[in-house]
Write a protein that binds this ligand. Structure first.
Ligand code: ATP
Length: 378
């Protein structure tokens, strides 16, 4: 295995269909959009791109983006990381475009398989009210819900085969970095969200724990998790709403959480007590709170190693889509590099780097297309 870190994202791919409208459509109203755009998205795919771009030079190439025909772009640089996407798309134009887009950024899509026929690619229909910037989103998961073992298949074996990315139908990526032969080993870091079936995520968590694969869980959209999901979890990254729901405060208290460091500390300690090693709570324009465990856990007595509140970077906000995903991808890269090198993970550094990258994302429209390259942040 090459000495570069290997990150695998098991998660969703969606095509975002975005209409910018002059006002919120009323019931029964047919409204003409001022502008329409399609944009590759899906939390899983966004986070894969963010991890890859966190270590790729691209800005000096005039921020190249994939052409509509999906032409590949060179992003190789040194040092590098191997980032694999594992998920499912429909055999339709959106699916082909999503694969091509990931490939153009250097993400390995050999683990992105076609859903059974008749199942389309996941789609997010987004209506943006231009005067307020407020959006309304309808998500059709499509192929993302097909990311699960078939009847009678052994779930753990099914997941492990995909995590190794060596035994799935291939759609050979066009721009692997030279010399990377990562396909027969498990990744250094597994990233997951909750836009694929929860059961698949739970099986993957258990399999990763058993095999010693470090996991970053971004439980979005928030859904109650069984207690064993937290046990031994290396990284839990949540926004304030997810923190409030999963931390037992109730969604109504999410806003209060952002302005209350004592409450953030309480909630974070609660996650450490449940077995999480590093907790990160993103707070939108207010920044990020983090806490790491020094081990020796018990529900009553939590041993805190590091904690802190990092304010958001100044940004001219255009569109916050994928800010959280950029944060996750950038942070995960730091963690994977530290793990690969056998170094102690510096959570504060990871949070600061991710906070900087996410602030760049909010200054641009779109999801994957708004994520910064490494050299844009230097
Ligand atoms: P999304 O679902 O839109 O991707 P999220 O709800 O998961 O976002 P947020 O907490 O809104 O995540 O934002 C993630 C991170 O992005 C923040 O912690 C911060 O680092 C950065 N960020 C978000 N909004 C701003 C802003 N207005 N200015 C600067 N940075 C921001």
């Amino acid at each position: 295995m090459a000495s570069i870190p290997h990150i695998t994202v098991l998660g969703s791919l969606n095509m975002d269909l975005v209409a910018y409208v002059p006002h919120r459509p009323l019931p029964g109203e047919t409204l003409t959009a001022d502008r329409f755009a399609t944009s590759p998205g899906g939390k899983g795919a966004n986070q894969a791109v963010a991890s890859k771009l966190a270590i790729s030079q691209g800005a000096k190439l005039s921020r190249p983006r994939p052409s509509s025909s999906g032409g590949a772009t060179t992003t190789s640089s040194s040092p590098t990381a191997h980032v694999s996407m594992v998920g499912s798309v429909g055999s339709d134009a959106h699916g082909a475009q999503l694969r091509a887009n990931l490939t153009s950024y250097g993400v390995d899509v050999s683990g992105v398989v076609d859903a059974p026929s008749g199942t389309g690619t996941g789609v997010a229909m987004i209506i943006v009210d231009k005067p307020t910037g407020e959006n309304r989103i309808v998500l059709s998961p499509g192929a993302n819900h097909a990311v699960q073992p078939g009847q009678g298949q052994d779930a753990e074996e099914w997941v492990l085969r995909r995590l190794r990315v060596d035994d799935v139908p291939t759609d050979a990526p066009t721009n692997y970095e030279e010399g990377v032969t990562a396909h027969s080993v498990l990744p250094d870091m597994l990233i997951m969200q909750l836009e694929i079936p929860l059961q698949t995520v739970l099986v993957a968590l258990a399999a990763a724990r058993k095999k010693g694969v470090e996991v970053l869980l971004n439980p979005a959209p928030a859904s109650p998790l069984p207690e064993e999901a937290y046990v031994g979890l290396a990284h839990l990254v949540v926004n304030e709403t997810e923190a409030a729901i999963l931390g037992g405060l109730g969604v109504g208290n999410a806003n209060a959480l952002a302005g209350d460091e004592a409450a953030l500390e309480r909630v974070s300690r609660g996650f450490l007590a449940r077995g999480v090693r590093n907790v990160v709570i993103t707070l939108g324009g207010k920044g990020v709170y983090y806490m790491s465990s020094a081990g020796g856990l018990s529900a009553e007595e939590v041993n805190v190693d590091k904690k802190g509140l990092v304010p958001a970077e100044k940004a001219k906000v255009v569109d916050t889509t994928a800010a959280g995903d950029t944060f996750v991808g950038r942070y995960a890269l730091e963690a994977a590099v530290a793990r690969k090198k056998g170094e102690v993970f510096d959570i504060e550094k990871a949070v600061r780097e991710a906070n900087r990258a996410a602030a760049k994302t909010v200054e641009r429209p779109g999801a994957q297309d708004s994520i910064p390259w490494r050299d844009e942040l230097e």
